[in-house]
Write a protein that binds this ligand. Structure first.
Ligand SMILES: [Fe+2]
Ligand SMILES: [Fe+2]
Ligand SMILES: [Fe+2]
Ligand SMILES: [Fe+2]
Length: 399
């Protein structure tokens, strides 16, 4: 489908009453794991939509533009709340956290598998193994604190085991900055992928920033603190891939187009009829946002948005199991590191690199991500894992 050719919902008809917007949350015992990930994911997309619109408004003196941004932004905020409010109050923060890292794993793997640009794909593969490890660390914390298995949340779709060990992920900030694609020549799908993964990682960063102080015990507080800093690295890593020379108008159109693509994608897969209706209705709202953004670009940016947009939405983004893909990348790249903008095997890093200096600083006295595994072993005799397709692909990480 081409969203520009669809009808959509007029902007004046998008505002809901409080009772309409205050949705009934899903049932945590019955929700499909990938429904939970879609909810977490689309909340992140809407948060980025709202924050981007604020940034855009702060960079213009054009009253008419500010008013149009305020108008659509209020709806992005309404959408964000309707989605985030689908998460029930009785779902524990740690359980939601497991959901966040499952999003990171299966979203990143899907994007990497379908990414046309080799450098962007390498960046996705690189961070994939880090979020994969976060899932394992939080799962062990959860089993200690709540006596609950993370696999009850993730289902049989995503493995839970060691990735690139979290304590090895801490790098000097210069080594998080990547080269950017060229907006003139990049594949349109690359632009959507980068925007999408930035929104998801940024939401994870924000989430840990805010809820990381909710655990009572020092171990849990330390783990959120440590992983929260890696999410900061991930946002720096991904945001630097986007071409900073793109105009505000291009970025506005790209944001609204991306929301159309993603709601269309989510609606296609959603088994929960109540939530599917939300995806479908939001798609119709986004069609209108996209048209408004295109008008703004034509009028104020003096550029034809149709020149940059494809004639058809790309194939849908799917939440699905990526076990084989993750295992394959793990077997090849677990010990990879970053030196400036490039990724390279760990043994190629020089002994006196800033990486090592930074490692010594932060890991002095031990890392919570290592301690959580030691604690679990002490209490239960072994670490918590869910390896579904045989022993760990890397020998030294086998039990
Ligand atoms: Fe939106
Ligand atoms: Fe993560
Ligand atoms: Fe991440
Ligand atoms: Fe939108």
């Amino acid at each position: 489908m081409n969203p520009l050719k669809e009808k959509g919902i007029p902007i004046e008809k998008q505002t809901k009453s409080w009772s309409e917007a205050n949705v009934t949350p899903y049932n945590k015992k019955e929700v499909h794991p990938y429904t939970r990930t879609r909810v977490i994911f689309m909340n992140g997309i809407e948060v980025e939509g709202a924050i981007f619109s604020h940034q855009c408004a702060r960079h213009t003196d054009d009253m008419e533009l500010k008013k149009m941004l305020a108008l659509t932004r209020r709806i992005e905020q309404q959408q964000q709340k309707m989605i985030n409010w689908l998460i029930p109050g009785d779902e524990h923060v740690l359980a939601v956290t497991i959901g966040y890292e499952q999003v990171a794993v299966d979203l990143t793997a899907f994007l990497a598998r379908t990414e046309p640009d080799t450098y962007v794909k390498a960046a996705l593969d690189f961070a994939l193994l880090e979020d994969f490890d976060h899932l394992y660390r939080y799962a062990n914390l959860m089993n200690i604190v709540m006596e609950k298995e993370a696999a009850e949340i993730t289902g049989q779709f995503t493995e839970i085991t060691i990735g690139r060990p979290t304590s090895a992920e801490h790098r000097y900030p210069f080594d998080d900055v990547r080269r950017h694609y060229d907006a003139q020549s990049a594949d349109f799908l690359t632009k959507l992928h980068v925007l999408t993964i930035v929104a998801a990682e940024q939401q994870t960063m924000n989430f840990y920033m805010n809820v990381g102080n909710r655990p009572e015990a020092m171990l849990g507080r330390g783990l959120y603190l440590e992983i929260g800093q890696v999410e900061e690295q991930h946002v720096t890593h991904y945001e630097s891939l986007a071409d900073p020379r793109a105009s505000w108008f291009e970025r506005l159109v790209l944001h609204e187009y991306n929301e159309c693509w993603l709601y269309h994608s989510m609606a296609r897969q959603e088994p929960d009829p109540h939530i599917k209706k939300i995806w479908e209705e939001h798609l119709e709202m986004e069609i209108e946002h996209l048209k408004i953004a295109c008008e703004i670009m034509k009028d104020k940016g003096r550029k034809d948005p149709e020149e940059m947009l494809p004639k058809q939405l790309p194939d849908p983004l799917i939440f699905e199991s990526n076990i084989e893909y993750v295992r394959d990348i793990m077997a090849k790249q677990t010990d990879y590191n970053a030196d400036g903008t490039e990724f390279l095997p760990g043994e190629k890093m020089s002994k006196d690199s800033r990486y090592r200096e930074h490692q010594e600083k932060v890991n002095k006295g031990g890392a919570p991500s290592d301690r959580v595994i030691d604690e679990h072993k002490k209490e239960k005799g072994k670490d918590y894992r869910q390896e579904l397709k045989g022993p760990h692909p890397i020998e030294r990480f086998r039990k």
